[in-house]
Design a binder for this molecule. Structure first.
Ligand SMILES: [Zn+2]
Length: 176
């Protein structure tokens, strides 16, 4: 019975057929079109923690995107992952989650790594969406400044036009 192995990042799918001490790997879906949006090591730890809650574990590097291939099936050894945070290293090996000071729950580990790396959004779609919303939100401010600049420029132009040589007699815009 071949193992079903999938990448959590680029949706690559492989079928692993046990042979001797290893596996014959057949590509079912090549994947590779998606890349992790944030820090690669963070994505590895994050997807491992999330997959663990879902009964999956990492068993190899994904040849298409460099992230991890996961399976629910028994057989191949788990790949250990590790992320160095400013608080210290967080690692997952054989389902054991270790934080800077000792064992951590997956939830605590997730919140710790996200504290330091979350600004780089984990999901590509969410990242694109977040950036779009950010720039759309900036747009009115930019337009506001451009209009303010144009207003000041046209005011100054009118002012100088109306006061050749410092003569204020013909200045239409000066009201006292
Ligand atoms: Zn992949």
């Amino acid at each position: 019975m071949p193992l079903h192995v999938t990448c959590a990042t680029c949706h690559r799918e492989e079928s692993w057929d046990p042979r001797g001490s290893g596996y014959d790997r057949a590509v079912v879906v090549p994947g590779g079109s998606r890349r992790p949006a944030g820090d690669a090591a963070w994505t590895r730890v994050r997807t491992t923690l999330l997959a663990q809650a879902d009964g999956r574990r990492p068993v190899a590097d994904c040849p298409a995107c460099g992230q991890l291939l996961f399976t629910r099936d028994a057989g191949p050894p788990s790949v250990a992952v590790r992320l160095d945070t400013p608080d210290g290293p967080v690692s997952v090996a054989d389902g054991q989650v270790l934080g800077p000071t000792g064992p951590l729950s997956p939830e605590a580990a997730l919140s710790l790594v996200d504290t330091h790396f979350a600004p780089r959004i984990t999901d590509g779609l969410a990242g694109d969406l977040g950036r779009s919303v950010f720039f759309v939100g900036l747009l009115p401010i930019v337009i506001g400044w451009v209009f303010a600049g144009l207003f000041v420029l046209s005011f100054l132009a009118a002012l100088y036009q109306g006061t050749p040589g410092g003569d204020t007699a013909g200045a239409p815009l000066i009201v006292r």
